[in-house]
Ligand binder design. Structure first.
Ligand code: SAM
Ligand code: SF4
Length: 336
């Protein structure tokens, strides 16, 4: 087993071992809380090549990154993405990375699941906000639930562990969350429920109309299910319980009602090579320029300098006085 570098610590002593990489800002869906329907995407010339992305991932691995998650936009619609997945997956197989995971809307899984498993991926987060096909179309604007569910089946058949990511949306899927949890139990799937975060302009939609506090969701679910506290942690923002009735885990991501920053172990790389040290803050470092300027040492120095600026936490708020984005960029740019 190769010797793992000692983990990189940020100014608050948090080991930074997890890199999330948005490989594209484009997507084949237009979820109402994520994008405007007529979303303007970045010019292709600004997007890093997959080779550049891989070089950056390798530099992060050299300074202590143990886990990489590919996200987007929709990562699986990026042309030739499987080549990057195979190359990073090889690093999992040889012990240089603990895990390579993907967050996807599931639209391509029906044809890519086997390839992902062969490449070394073992876990996927698939985002599904409703099991009602019409509602699914209304939330995603362009998505086809049947295809996504077929994709989840294909992923499980290929040997991939699937977790469902569900954004809680007031008046849209709030009555369905219990049934979805039960469905996840039947499918052998864990579930994470996410609070809407104020990121990016989403056209005519109103954040306050979408926002449903998870404290309320939790109270409602606990009337139907037995939620057992468990110490399970991923270093991420989710807090988990076990559902006694199904034996599956349920996570809550509550950036607005619970501050999760104290255990943050991650930084985020965009498809243009900007490194964001916090999802909810604007400070970033331009690693693409550092990469193109050449030299591993300069690049490592740029990464270390950026991490030395990782802030203590974020300041997301949604209320009547704060109904505009806390940060201007969309979740699809930084990667969810
Ligand atoms: N396209 C992939 C997907 O949907 O899974 C990956 C990217 S997407 C930006 C990652 C996650 O962020 C999804 O689970 C999505 O539901 C969530 N998301 C997007 N915009 C959000 C917002 N404003 N608040 C909370 N979650 C959001
Ligand atoms: Fe696309 Fe994912 Fe955003 Fe939906 S949440 S529009 S699937 S990037």
């Amino acid at each position: 087993m190769p010797h793992a570098p000692s983990p990189l610590l940020d100014p608050f002593g948090r080991p930074i071992t997890y890199l999330r990489v948005s490989v594209t800002d484009r997507c084949d869906f237009r979820c109402v809380y994520c994008m405007a329907e007529d979303m303007t995407f970045l010019p292709k010339s600004e997007i890093m090549s997959l080779e550049e992305t891989e070089t950056l991932c390798r530099r992060f691995m050299a300074i202590g990154t143990r886990k990489i998650r590919l996200t987007g936009g929709e990562p699986l619609v990026r042309r030739n993405i499987i080549s990057l997945i195979r190359n990073l997956g090889a690093e999992v197989k040889n012990g240089n990375l603990d895990e390579l995971t993907i967050t996807t809307n599931g639209s391509q899984l029906y044809k890519m699941a086997d390839m992902l498993y062969d490449a070394g991926v073992r876990r996927l987060n698939v985002s599904v906000d409703t099991l009602d096909p019409d509602k699914f179309r209304a939330i995603t604007r362009w998505g086809d639930l049947t295809k996504v569910l077929e994709g989840i089946k294909a992923a499980q058949a290929a040997g991939l562990a699937v977790k469902l990511n569900t954004v809680a949306l007031k008046g849209v899927n709030e009555d369905e969350l219990g049934d979805m949890l039960s469905w996840c139990g039947d499918q052998g799937i864990d579930m994470t429920i996410i609070e809407v975060m104020p990121m990016g302009d989403i056209g005519g939609e109103d954040r306050l109309d979408q926002y449903l506090p998870l404290s309320l969701v939790r109270t409602r679910l606990s009337r139907r299910f037995t939620l057992q506290e468990i110490p399970y942690r991923t270093g991420g923002p989710a807090r988990y319980v076990q559902i006694a009735e199904t034996g599956r885990k349920l996570g809550f991501i509550t950036p607005l009602t619970h501050n999760f920053c104290e255990s943050c172990n991650r930084v985020r790389l965009t498809c243009t090579g900007m490194l964001y040290m916090c999802l909810g803050q604007d400070d970033s470092a331009n690693l693409r320029d550092a990469l193109r300027a050449g030299g591993e040492d300069a690049l490592d120095a740029a990464i270390l300098e950026a991490i030395s600026r990782k802030p203590k936490g974020h300041d997301f708020i949604i209320d009547r006085d704060h109904n505009s984005p806390a940060v201007d960029r969309h979740m699809s740019v930084t990667g969810g």
